[in-house]
Design a binder for this molecule. Structure first.
Ligand code: ZN
Length: 152
């Protein structure tokens, strides 16, 4: 086997997502917010999935959220991720109300729980590409009672 590490697949930056990726390079997590119905929207797109208005507004998020679900990948998704395994793949609900597929990093795997509070960790993976990964927040208890049930 070749000793050089496999190249990590990188996000495709397109017209809809360019501002999202540019903000991440500046250490800001942003999502679109519909100027008509007021909902936050993620992933980046041209039209609001709720009311079909054109999406033009971008807002900075708090960078905080809650683990909706997760799995531990013990076999890597490909050679590029072999050095990372085992790792946590998670769905994180941002406090702004959108759900994001990401990784929870920098914590023992067994500490990750559904309902755990997380905070964004900006991670540079290539020239010009920064990913919004997450780590457990210092205050891991969620603030609303419905999410707290998931931590038991
Ligand atoms: Zn809308």
């Amino acid at each position: 086997m070749n000793a050089s590490p496999a190249e990590r697949p990188l996000p495709v930056v397109d017209a809809d997502s360019a501002r999202f990726w540019a903000a991440l390079r500046d250490r800001k997590l942003t999502v679109q917010r519909c100027g008509t119905c007021g909902r936050h929207v993620f992933y980046p797109r041209a039209l609001c999935p709720n009311c079909h208005a054109e999406l033009v507004d971008w807002v900075e998020c708090s960078g905080r959220g809650t683990v909706y679900s997760y799995t531990v990948a013990r076999r890597p998704a490909g050679p590029a991720f072999a050095a990372d395994a085992p790792y946590v793949v998670a769905l994180v609900d941002l406090d702004e109300g959108v759900r994001m597929l990401t990784n929870v990093v920098s914590t023992p795997l067994e500490n990750v729980r559904i309902g755990a509070r997380v905070v964004v960790r900006f991670t540079d993976v290539a020239e010009g590409i920064t990913l919004p990964l997450f780590e457990l927040a210092p205050d891991p208890l969620p603030t609303d009672s419905s999410a707290r049930e998931g931590t038991a």
